[in-house]
Design a protein around this ligand. Structure first.
Ligand code: IPD
Ligand code: CA
Ligand code: CA
Ligand code: CA
Length: 267
């Protein structure tokens, strides 16, 4: 069986190579297609990077399975064995409009347990990575454990759509949180927002709907530095169908549940 160290070494190498390809693509004309609606886009690069990972993993670890956004991996219905959960470009809209604020996200799960997490901020050349139990790093810098925080001193990442009329949560629950926080941000890449929480650049990230490839890598980073991870009901995340997500520094999680989310009945 492949060792975690071996998988980690290859994963880093492939991340860097994929990043180089993405930076090179800034000079080329993208082929952009619509997926489910006019704001849900995919480019030739999303597909190309997922294909790249599938080929590399297939060559070196042929018995492993792949769960990727663009569907080039396997049809995943359980997390038995080793599964690489990959988002080739998280923040495709940013990639298209800004050529920054997007990331490659990767999580390696063995029998459902997260072993390796990586989020690569390609524009900034910042690789956030963790081997479970061995510390989280930003490039070569070890990330310190997160300290307790309170809402009044917190910068919270949240998309404005969750405090306006939407299908997933009563906006009157989150509006007071936005009002009470020191500040709010929205970066448009869930993987980056998770990495920012792990690195202490923001204090929390809350969102109503993500897929497993958006968070599989990033949640391992947050957990490793002592952050708290759950869906917005306080339950464990669903790594097969996707879920809502609330990650934060310790202390903040409890405060938000008690003061703001206790009246939440949405799914
Ligand atoms: C999206 C980004 C975005 C989040 C969306 C995701 P994509 O991923 O993570 O921040 O709000 O829900 O779908 O499609 O750019 O990989
Ligand atoms: Ca997408
Ligand atoms: Ca994504
Ligand atoms: Ca994506």
């Amino acid at each position: 069986m492949a060792s975690v160290k071996e998988m980690d070494t290859y994963a880093k190498l492939w991340m860097k190579e994929a990043g180089t390809r993405l930076r090179a693509s800034f000079k080329t004309k993208l082929n952009i297609e619509m997926k489910t609606n006019p704001n849900d886009l995919v480019t030739n690069m999303d597909k190309g990077i997922e294909k790249f990972f599938c080929e590399k993993i297939g060559e070196v670890f042929p018995e492993h399975r792949i769960f990727g956004e663009e569907g080039m991996g396997n049809d995943i219905k359980d997390l038995k064995g080793t599964v690489w959960i990959i988002d080739p470009i998280d923040g495709t809209l940013n990639f298209i409009h800004q050529q920054r604020n997007f990331a490659i996200s990767l999580g390696v799960y063995v029998d459902g347990i997260g072993k390796i997490g990586m989020v690569y901020d390609v524009f900034s050349d910042e690789l956030y990575h963790v081997i479970k139990g061995q510390g989280a790093f930003l490039n070569d810098q070890r990330l310190p454990s997160l300290e307790e925080a309170s809402v009044s001193k917190a910068i919270i990442s949240i998309n404005a759509s969750w405090v306006t009329e939407n299908r997933r949560i009563d906006p009157s629950l989150l509006a007071p949180l936005v009002r009470d926080a020191r500040g709010t941000r929205s970066y448009g890449s869930a993987a980056l927002e998770l990495a920012f929480v792990a690195a202490g650049r923001i204090d929390a990230y809350i969102t109503m709907r993500l897929m497993p490839w958006d968070f599989a890598g990033g949640v391992l980073l947050v957990e490793e530095v002592g952050g708290e991870v759950s869906n917005i009901k306080g339950d464990k995340l669903d790594f097969l169908k996707g879920d809502s997500l609330f990650v934060s520094k310790p202390g903040l999680h409890n405060e938000v549940f008690e003061k703001y989310l206790s009246g939440n009945s949405s799914h």
